[in-house]
Design a protein around this ligand. Sequence first.
Ligand code: BTN
Length: 235
Amino acid sequence: MKYRIIHLDETDSTNKYARSLADAGERDVCVIARRQTMGRGRLGRTFESPEGGLYMSFAVSSDDGKDRLTARAAVATARAIESCTGLSSGIKWVNDIFVNGKKLCGILTEGVWNGDKAEYFIVGIGVNLYGELSSEISDIATTVSDEGGLVPEAELLAKRILEEFLRCDDFFEEYKDRQILLGHEVTAYRGGESFNAVFEELSDDCGAVLRLSDGERLKISSGELSLRGRAYDEK
Ligand code: BTN
């Protein structure tokens, strides 16, 4: 295994911790925390991180862009969740893993840039294993335990995710097959605006190719999609 695992009881964000290690030259490390006090999500959101979850981050040097790395991590995590818990899951572009219509896991990939080249990326993965979720998210998020899955030791799941990530070069077809919004009418949220479209295709770099209501096609590689008619951050 390329990565040495470091366990923390608590930290603000494992992404931040892994980045400080990587900046000091320690890149073959995966940081796991029992809880985070300032877990970060995409688009500046917070990620609730009480005890009962797996919160892990590791550095990756890669010529792949952020979306492809996130996609690779999503496929690896979905496979690991299935083998460790028995739960089947789908992926909501670009970074969320869903089980039975609710979010079980979020992934945040952050680039550390040297000019216009990413020197390395930090991939951060949060999986809800057991425990109570707050009332703000309990309608849209779930845990392995609430879905009736086998609850694994956090470290075991982390190791399985890392193994899958390291061997998962051919993730594109599986990423596509697991997409829960592909082919559906969606609302896209990007840079403070929202618009309706059909999610027609995945581009090779794992962007979402949308058909707009005027017939134009638009590829997006940031932002968020939800099934049309659902509120922001719902499936
Ligand atoms: C999202 O849902 O928008 C992404 C959530 C990513 C959460 C994980 S938990 C481990 C790592 N540390 C963080 O602060 N965030 C990621």
